[in-house]
Design a protein around this ligand. Structure first.
Ligand SMILES: Cc1cc2nc3c(=O)[nH]c(=O)nc-3n(C[C@H](O)[C@H](O)[C@H](O)COP(=O)(O)OP(=O)(O)OC[C@H]3O[C@@H](n4cnc5c(N)ncnc54)[C@H](O)[C@@H]3O)c2cc1C
Length: 769
């Protein structure tokens, strides 16, 4: 209705109607008493008191069910509420407001909330719930729609809402989305009329007795899944009561309030709707709890009530945990059906303290690799080998597609131990996943666990300011860009970070970088948006480890010049590349300093420790893949009338390779456990990680080299990944500190602990020296 134009006409009309004058005790309607509600209804407040207030409605409540006439609409409302409602006037003349309308008086009733219900007697409390369930049964039975409910679309839209309003990783929400997606109901559900809002305060009860007489907001009425609506009403029974956080939670306390239990309400609903059972009830309650949790996340993100952010976060956690507990109960603690797989993989898991969650990721990744990664691997290699100038540094479409898929399945950023940004897995747990990813050359990239992004993400989590986290960390976590890490220099020994000559000088409100970096991986990739550059901000020979500082540098930049593209054993590492780069007076604002001035060395040690372990475990996966290729080939290749794998020399070599592989794996798992229990700064952690870096790349290289040898000439061609695997191991023996450095480190620790060996000073232990 166009209130301004039609207001006077409407007022005169209302004032000419005897029924209205009678209702308002002869008080005439005045223009200042009239207003339009957000629901589209018109409200006319009376100065004589609320009991003389009027509401005008033009649109039928049940329009969504195809009801066009207001009379039919009112008939349905009366049928639903089980009594004749007081309608003061019906105007069938469409000329006045463009359509017919009716006028109702103020409903004389009471609205209850969680607190008000506690003041009722026990029998009245029960009646409140009974009345609501009866009402829901009636509205849900009133008529079926032609449409069917699409569970898949609902789960997908929840996933999008979660991602859009993500403030931190919510592992329960991610697991719930995945589980719901895995278990979408098979049968279709016919949609029907739903109330749209089953909050207690949407129902109006009679003043003197517990009888539902009306609804506060009819406008939320919609077509939907009635079973989900009932599940919404029931969902509080699965939420614990936590004072001032989830005051509505009824789990285990409903009986204290004297309320029916869940089964009684379900029973009532089934009887009144004449159902044998409620379809997918638990699945629906889980969806509802998840919807409610994501709504809380939305409240945090959109800052609707910033003072309540902490409460919203607690509510979110309680709601998502409640839903997850239901899943665990329903699936006998085996939501991802891994129990039997874990049991049959006893050798793999042995007695390692690895969580069920990690194991479920393991099998999810394995299925994903089997179904989606391996089938497209060869096509991606074909692209790499046929790269020309035009497409050389572009992302591989197949890999980018799989990245989107892996991300949508929550198989993403698994290396991040910090639960705010990642999955919260520890080093030991990630080791199992990383080896698995490593069996494909593209695995780590697909799951956003790829270097140098992994190290850069860790540095940013560790040291970035809020501004830097928003601008640099966020897109990296989303996998929206690539990065580089520029530390090494051609002209100096880069094993020693005190040697770097790149100079970073203060200029105005920022800094200027001048120098040349080399072996810079990833900067040629078209998707590279920034990188971390390390250089000298002060010259202080007395304290050489505090001379260097790190800066975040945006790319492309006119003063960052590509000097000398490199190839690692003939492979240019496309599409990421490896190159020498000149920083020719590159200006960076002071906000781009990462960490404090002079802390680059300490930070790079932090970055490298976990990274070194990750490097080793990646190679373990590659070595395993090469051995599998060889074992398969050995079972088919015939040498002098005999299968290759029947030859004793072949068997001896396989035995040795397997021993080496197991030694490497045990070393890595041992280092991961030490790192988890003692932390990154502990001497034993440094020693254990150095042991792996000194030993594993070399041993994996030997395994792969032997595989190539036993494979024959094809092993060294681009037909198989063996040559790439060899190249990767060879490079890794130098990267992040050459093996010799780590051996020296291990030697230092060994010599140190030797001195403290109490047996040495005892009789006879070193008697013959
Ligand atoms: C594939 C690949 C990718 C790389 N990507 C990057 C990158 O993205 N960013 C980056 O900044 N750098 C990168 N690097 C560089 C790498 O980190 C350096 O090559 C490494 O730190 C070694 O430095 P260097 O080459 O100067 O060797 P040097 O320091 O000159 O050492 C040469 C050799 O001398 C021996 N040696 C050195 N120091 C000692 C010592 N103290 N005791 C005993 N022996 C010693 C070792 O045998 C060593 O291999 C990459 C390297 C490779 C191979």
């Amino acid at each position: 209705m166009n209130l301004q134009m039609e207001l006077q006409e409407l007022i005169s009309y209302l004032n000419s109607q005897g029924s209205i004058l009678k209702y308002r005790q002869n008080e005439l309607v005045k223009s200042e008493q009239v207003s339009t509600l957000p629901t589209g209804e018109v409200l006319i407040i009376s100065s004589n008191g609320p009991q003389y207030t009027l509401t005008i409605r033009q649109q039928p409540i049940f329009a969504k069910l195809g009801v066009a006439s207001l009379k039919e609409d009112l008939r349905l409302q009366n049928e639903l509420l089980g009594h004749e409602q007081e309608v003061i006037h019906i105007c069938e003349d469409a000329k006045l407001l463009g359509s017919e309308f009716y006028v109702k008086g103020q409903i004389k009733g009471k609205v209850l909330n969680e607190l008000a219900i506690q003041n009722l007697s026990i029998s009245d409390r029960k009646l409140v719930f009974k009345e609501i369930v009866s009402f829901l049964c009636r509205i849900h039975s009133i008529g079926q729609s032609q449409s069917t409910f699409n569970y898949k679309a609902v789960i997908e839209s929840l996933r999008i809402q979660y991602k859009t309003h993500e403030t931190r990783i919510q592992t329960n929400i991610e697991d719930l989305l995945y589980w719901l997606q895995m278990n979408v109901p098979e049968q279709t559900i016919q949609e029907s009329l739903c109330l749209g809002n089953v909050e207690l305060n949407n129902f109006i009860f009679e003043l003197t007795e517990i009888k539902l007489i009306s609804i506060q907001n009819w406008n939320s009425v919609q077509i939907g899944n009635s079973y989900i609506e009932f599940a919404r009403f029931l969902s509080n029974y699965d939420v614990p009561y936590v004072k001032q956080v989830t005051d509505y939670g009824l789990q285990k306390i409903h009986y204290l309030l004297g309320l029916q239990n869940k089964a009684e309400l379900i029973n009532q609903y089934c009887i009144e709707r004449q159902l044998d059972s409620i379809k997918y009830l638990n699945y629906n309650i889980i969806i509802v709890l998840l919807q409610r949790a994501i709504f809380k996340q939305q409240c945090i993100k959109t800052k609707v009530n910033p003072e309540r952010s902490n409460i919203f976060q607690q509510e979110l956690e309680i709601l998502s945990k409640s839903a997850w507990n239901m899943v665990l109960e329903l699936t006998n603690d085996d939501p991802f059906l891994v129990k039997s797989r874990v049991e049959s993989d006893q050798l793999l898991w042995a007695q390692y303290p690895v969580s069920q969650r990690c194991k479920s990721y393991y099998y999810r990744i394995r299925d994903f690799m089997r179904d989606e990664v391996f089938p497209i691997e060869q096509s991606q290699f074909d692209i790499i080998y046929s790269f020309n100038k035009d497409n050389h540094w572009k992302g591989l479409p197949g890999i980018e597609h799989l990245q989107r898929r892996a991300k949508s399945l929550g198989l993403w950023n698994l290396f991040i131990g910090d639960p705010v940004y990642g999955k919260g897995l520890n080093n030991l747990e990630y080791t199992f996943l990383s080896e698995l990813m490593g069996i494909s050359f593209f695995g780590h990239e697909i799951f956003n666990c790829y270097a140098p992004e992994t190290g850069n993400i860790k540095l940013l989590i560790m040291a970035a300011t809020d501004f830097q986290k928003e601008k640099y960390l966020k897109p990296l976590l989303e996998g929206e860009c690539k990065t580089f890490f520029a530390m090494s220099e051609r002209n100096v020994s880069s094993s020693d970070p005190t040697n770097f000559e790149t100079i970073i000088t203060k200029q105005g409100d920022g800094y200027v970088i001048k120098g040349s970096k080399w072996m810079v991986s990833g900067i040629q990739d078209e998707r590279c948006r920034f990188g971390i550059v390390m250089g000298k901000t002060t010259v202080n020979p007395k304290s050489p480890f505090t001379e260097q500082t790190m800066f975040l540098v945006d790319t492309p930049h006119p003063n960052i010049k590509f000097k000398n593209p490199l190839a690692v054993i003939g492979y240019d590492e496309a599409p990421h590349g490896i190159i020498e780069v000149e920083f020719d007076n590159v200006y960076v604002p002071k906000e781009n300093m990462l960490g404090k001035e002079g802390t680059a060395f300490a930070m790079s040690q932090g970055r490298l420790l976990g990274g070194r372990l990750h490097h080793s475990v990646r190679l373990l996966g590659l070595a395993r893949r090469c051995m599998d290729l060889l074992l398969e080939r050995g079972s088919r290749r015939i040498h002098q009338g005999q299968k290759q794998n029947e030859d004793s020399a072949f068997q001896e070599k396989i035995g040795r390779m397997e021993c080496d592989y197991q030694i490497c794996k045990t070393m890595i798992l041992n280092a991961a456990m030490i790192l988890d229990s003692l932390g990154g700064r502990h001497m034993q952690s440094l020693k254990a990680v150095s042991e792996t870096k000194a030993f594993v790349p070399y041993k994996c290289q030997c395994i792969i080299d032997e595989c190539i040898q036993l494979f024959g000439a094809q092993g060294i061609t681009t037909d198989y990944i063996l040559q790439l695997a060899f190249q990767a191991c060879r490079g890794l023996r130098l990267m992040d500190g050459p093996c010799e450095l780590h051996k020296k480190q291990v030697a230092r620790f060994t010599q140190g602990s030797h001195m403290f060996n109490e047996l040495i000073n005892g009789d006879g232990y070193i008697a013959n020296l």
